[in-house]
Write a protein of this length. Structure first.
Length: 164
């Protein structure tokens, strides 16, 4: 029952926000029952940011090597993604100060307090998110798509949008 509630809330959010159609012509895939709970959302201690290889080149990754994204609607280091948005784009959360892996600039890492509780990891003042449709390390299915009112991009070690 809980999964159905999540899927229903996500479907309503996607419909009302116009999520899915990218300027590049790609579309986000629909979310199937059971996929929502498979995304990492709860912090499991100190978050660690790594660099992972993708078709876009090296981008920031979090738990299990999954790609991390920035949301252009976020301003001044604060998240604007909650409710159905945060279900499709789970925030990268931490308990304590996040850790930089090889090639990641520790001085660009920070945190922001979320309105819905907890600390979200930031990089170059961008709150970071996973994308629910990324299934394995190296996936970048959320790159350069529009959803919930703005564009989403994978993030480079410089803290910028990945090219591609």
């Amino acid at each position: 029952m809980r999964n159905l509630l999540y899927v229903g809330a996500l479907a309503v959010g996607l419909l009302t926000a116009g999520c899915g159609q990218a300027e590049t012509g790609s579309t986000a895939e629909p979310v199937a029952v059971g996929e929502i709970n498979s995304s990492p959302t709860a912090p499991s201690g100190k978050a660690r940011i790594e660099l992972g290889e993708t078709k876009l080149g090296k981008v920031l990754t979090g738990e299990d090597g999954r790609t991390l994204y920035l949301f252009e609607k976020d301003k001044n280091g604060k998240s604007s993604c909650f409710g159905p948005c945060a279900e499709a784009w789970p925030p990268f959360m931490t308990e304590g100060k996040p850790v930089a892996g090889d090639g990641v600039k520790a001085d660009l890492i920070g945190t922001t307090k979320r309105e819905d509780e907890g600390s979200q990891v930031t990089y170059n003042d961008h709150p970071l998110y996973y994308y629910i449709q990324d299934k394995q390390p190296g996936d970048v299915t959320g790159h350069d798509i529009e959803g919930f009112g703005a564009e989403w991009y994978a993030v480079t070690a410089k803290g910028e949008k990945a090219k591609g």
